[in-house]
Design a protein around this ligand. Structure first.
Ligand code: PGA
Length: 238
């Protein structure tokens, strides 16, 4: 894992944007796996600025949604779908043919995971954008005795349910739909973004390089091509 400590959230976001743009220049129809949440927002805004300057660069971009809150309607303000539509799909004009997405309210959540898995099995994720939960999760691979390889229905931890995307909503998600650890670790390049004081404790644990299912992000140490951009507020300098 290549660790790069950045002076600010802006610098972290700019560096991530530059990496994605550079890869797009080499490979226009690349598959980007997109996390949601507060961390990648500025990066997506910067990508939208790039789109304004060079829309052709994005004309073949494919996107797969990393995870989704389950049991709430797709158009609910807190879904990953609403977020991605606002920050990625609409601003970068990603057509439905180039977008793979979990439904948030499927009749059968397990079948929905199998559907996304079958779409993913024929593809390679070129760049996977990840954030980290305050509990160490990546996507909805939550800390547990064991982790899952593929797309699955996840039991959400208390900490995940406190996430700002859904914490103030009356209608709470009942479960998560998520790519599994193998799906993430099969990505050619992973960009892990970490920012903010609230991530200090988990960043310290991650940087200890101890691999444990209690900190799913620690498995990223096993991947040969991870760039971890951390803003300095999330780093314990004590
Ligand atoms: P955040 O969420 O980017 O809003 O901090 C990350 C996560 O919980 O996975």
């Amino acid at each position: 894992m290549m660790i790069d400590i950045c002076d600010s959230y802006e610098e972290m976001s700019r560096k991530a944007t530059d990496i994605v743009v550079e890869n797009l220049r080499q490979h226009r129809d690349l598959m980007l796996c997109a996390a949601t949440g507060g961390t990648p927002t500025r990066m997506y805004e910067l990508l939208a600025d790039e789109y304004t300057d060079s829309p052709d660069l994005f004309s073949g971009l494919n996107v797969i949604k990393l995870d989704e809150w389950g049991g709430i309607p797709m158009n609910h303000a807190g879904t990953c779908e609403s977020y991605l539509q606002q920050y990625v799909i609409y601003p970068l004009t990603v057509s439905s043919k180039r977008y793979i997405s979990f439904q948030s309210d499927p009749e059968n959540p397990k079948e929905e995971c199998l559907r996304v898995q079958s779409l993913l099995n024929n593809r390679v994720i070129d760049i996977c954008i990840l954030g980290i939960g305050i509990n160490g999760h990546i996507a909805f691979n939550e800390p547990a005795d064991f982790l899952h390889t593929g797309c699955h229905v996840a039991e959400l931890s208390e900490k995940s349910l406190q996430h700002p995307m859904v914490s103030s909503e009356e209608e709470k998600p009942k479960y998560g739909l998520t790519l599994g650890m193998r799906d993430i670790l099969n990505s050619k390049l992973i960009i892990l973004l970490i920012n903010g004081i609230k991530k200090k404790e988990i960043t310290k644990a991650l940087l200890s390089e101890e691999i444990t299912t209690r900190l799913p992000a620690s498995f990223l140490w096993l991947h040969p091509n991870v760039i971890c951009l951390i803003d300095k507020d999330a780093v314990d300098t004590a």
